[in-house]
Every structure is written in C-alpha cells, then in structure tokens.
Ligand binder design. Sequence first.
Ligand SMILES: *Cc1c(COP(=O)(O)O)cnc(C)c1O
Length: 399
Amino acid sequence: MSEIFKGNFTQQEPIPDEAIAAAVEVMKTGRLHRYNVAGDDPGEVALLEQEFARAMGVKYCLAVASGGYAMACALRAVGVKPGDKVLTNTFTLAPVPGSIASVGAVPVFVGVTEDLVIDLDDLVAKVGQAKVLMLSHMRGHLADMDRLMEICDAAGVTVIEDCAHTMGAKWRGRLSGTDGLIGCYSTQTYKHLNSGEGGFLVTDDEDVAARAIILSGSYMLYGRHLAAPGPEVFERVKYVTPNVSGRMDNLRAAILRPQLRRLDAQCEAWNARYRAVEDGLRGTPGLTVVERPAEEYYVGSSIQFLLLDWAEEQIDAVLKRCAARGVELKWFGGAEPTGFTSRYDSWRYAPSELMPESDRVLKGILDMRLPLTFSLEDCALIARIIRAEVGAVFQGEAA
Ligand SMILES: *Cc1c(COP(=O)(O)O)cnc(C)c1O
C-alpha cells in the first residue's frame, strides 16, 4: 500500500499566546492607528520598528501595510519616475514586477540560473539599461552578493532587495536586506512572520528613510518614530514628498513583536525540515537538487527541485501522481498562471524578450512550501512520495 501525506501545505502555526494577549490589549484601548497613542506611550508600531532595525543591524526601519507596498515605496523613495527602466528577476512572483509597474516604471528582466538565482552574467549585460535593480531573493535563494554588489556599484545602479523569502537569511554573515540601499520584507501569512498583511523597509540612508516615512503617510508626525533620522532630515524632504498612505497599525505590530523575538529559532526549525526533504530527494534519478553555496545561510521555508529538460506531460504526470498522495507541488513552467505562480511572459503589461535559457530552468522548477506545522517525519514522508513518483514517471519514460 502506498503512503499518503495528510498534512496541509497552507497551514501555518497559530499566533503565539503572548502575541494574542498583546493584540487584545491594543483592542481594549481602541487605539489601533499608529499615531493614535496616549501620553508618552510610543505605540506598538514605533517599538516594532525599533526592534526590527536592531534585529537587522540597520539604522532606520519603517513598518508598512504590505511587502508590495514596501517595494513600491522604496522605488518612490529613490526617485524612480514613470517611464524609467528597473532591472529585476525573471524568476519571481507577481508583486515584484507589479511594484515597478505601480510607479509607472518598466521592468527589464534578468535571467535565472540553475541555482535559481539572478544570472550575474546577464546582469552584467543589462546593467547599463537602468539606474535601479529590484533584486528578488526568490524562494530564499541568495545570489553571490559580493559579485552582485560589485557589478551594481561599478555601474552606479542602486540595489533594492526584496527579502520576502529571506528574512533571517545571510550571505557570508551579512543579513539579507542590508547589502542594498534598501531592504524590503513582508509579514504576510505565508512569510517568516505572520500578521496577515504587513511589511518593513530598512535602510541606513537618512534621506531615503525620511522620504519613505513621509510617503507612508506620517503627515507631520514623523517625530513619533523611534527608528528614524532626526528632524533636520525631514526638513529637507517634507514639502516635496507626497503622502501615499500605507502605514502599519498597532494591532499587527502587537502580533509581530513576540514573533520577531523567536525568528532565529523559527529559521532553524525551517532548515531542519528543509534538510529532511533534501536528504530524502538527493540521488533521485532525473531530479536535480538545488545545491546551496557555503556562503549562504538560507531559511528553508520552502524547497525547490528541478526536473530539467523533462517533457511537459511527464512533469504534469508527476504533479498529478504526487497530488493524489497528498503532496501539492507548484510548477513554474505552466503556460497559464495558476494560484501564486506566474511567469514573466504572463505579465503582459511588461514587455519582455524571449529568454530561452531562463525558460529551460523555469520549465523545470517544482516548488513546495514547508510550513512549521509539518514534523520532520512528515518531511521524510513527503520526500519518499516525491522520490517514488518522480522515479515511476522517469523509468516509465526510459522503458
Ligand atoms: C509575498 C511576496 C512579496 C510581497 O509581499 P506582500 O506582503 O504579499 O505584498 C514580494 N515578493 C515576493 C517574492 C513575495 O513572495
């Protein structure tokens, strides 16, 4: 009898009791808006920003309504204008090109390698076309950040990092989001902290920080921020920076503060699950494990593997056979966007040229979330199922 997996790939852990209690306290006061604070209480959002800035080792932090908002706010804060080109990844999710389109700018797609990171040779070829790179650390894979920063610094290109999947990850000990001028994070339910919706923007640049805070809808209340530059910096920007409201509220911040305190332990828990699946998949004929560089400390909140150069029907057969045994795999190669997955050529508002080498990789990427509600035994079982079904289809093909 073949084993079936009964877990749910979209089931995250409950919100910790301490966070629920903090949220209830905020609700009892009725003071949910971040600037609606009493006396000298800084409020949950300002405290969260201070704590997140410390956790990331940066000077300034702004909490906002979503990760997508953080990215668009970052683009505005560095002065991207309608019609400007912005470099970004071919392999990413829709909010990334969407943030570029939201400011009227035009994405220029840079290819993806078999290691699932931005193709740095393609970046070298295209870096002259834009002044900004919106770098998406898609599914937690970090490119060689030393070489990437060298390329961008040499070309005078500003790097904004989309760390929706790399909160807590590091490249040679440097936290993801701190190499570029700005780091953007999401606290949406599927990411590393869960407030339903939410996000952060971090930077060490005082002008960028001040513009982002005014942009987010601070009115002239920026003095209430605890992870912000001094008033003299706001004097330079306050009359010329529009309000594009996208604030975080005290309720979400209250839920996030206790979660932030356990982020490191959560990252370790994801990695134990990641390694359990990876160990089980390694050596499966026809399947390519994505090897992680020694310089990278990743956060394995999801795992990808490749069925490189497989026919579409064969991949489809693997998806169906795994699904029948309770293992939901997402495929980035599908011609039509489904669920959360879509491809650069489905973002028809953004012109793109054909990228055959990236297409080959995208066609072979299978992707799976690893929520912390899965046990290590669950992960081993999932790997056994994938191994068996990939093997069955692969051998059927060979026979
Ligand atoms: C989720 C996500 C975002 C945006 O986050 P939201 O908070 O949902 O707006 C950006 N980039 C990637 C790669 C994501 O997965």
